[in-house]
Design a protein around this ligand. Structure first.
Ligand SMILES: [Cu+2]
Length: 150
């Protein structure tokens, strides 16, 4: 009798710890803004042009196409995009209608900004000449991302 009860309690404890472990994993991956995976999972709505994170994206000939969207959740669909220096960049920006000030984007270091008022795509073109990390952000610096030039 006593043994059965203990076994039952042990099993319940085991299930709870597994559940807590799963929650911790879930939260740590979606809350980590720096890593691309969490953001990808949240975004869900990936355009044809976005080929994931990390490496230089969408190279077609001598232009690098980058796609960033401001979401109603208060985040960009990509926290980080990487491009090569010396190759022209076409930075395609759009914003969901409910993204508030996320409709305004500023790219530090390139004197570029754009507004996507009704979800339409805006394109900013520039050629990075120096490797480094450049912030892109909304007008109030709440949406934040990093353009990595390598
Ligand atoms: Cu803002």
């Amino acid at each position: 009798m006593g043994l059965e009860r203990n076994t039952f309690i042990l099993m319940v404890l085991l299930m709870i710890s597994v559940w807590v472990g799963a929650m911790v994993v879930l939260f740590s991956s979606s809350g980590n803004a720096g890593a691309g995976d969490g953001a990808q999972g949240l975004a869900g709505d990936w355009g044809a042009g976005s080929s994931g994170q990390g490496g230089p994206v969408g190279n077609s000939g001598n232009v690098q196409d980058v796609y960033v969207k401001a979401l109603g959740t208060g985040f960009y669909d990509k926290q980080e995009v990487t491009v090569k220096k010396g190759v022209p960049v076409r930075f395609h920006f759009s914003a969901e209608r409910n993204s508030g000030c996320g409709r305004y984007i500023i790219i530090d270091g390139f004197n570029k900004s754009a507004v996507s008022r009704n979800g339409e795509e805006q394109v900013m073109e520039f050629t990075p000449t120096k490797a480094g990390r450049y912030a892109y952000h909304c007008s109030m610096n709440m949406f934040r991302g990093t353009l990595v030039v390598v």
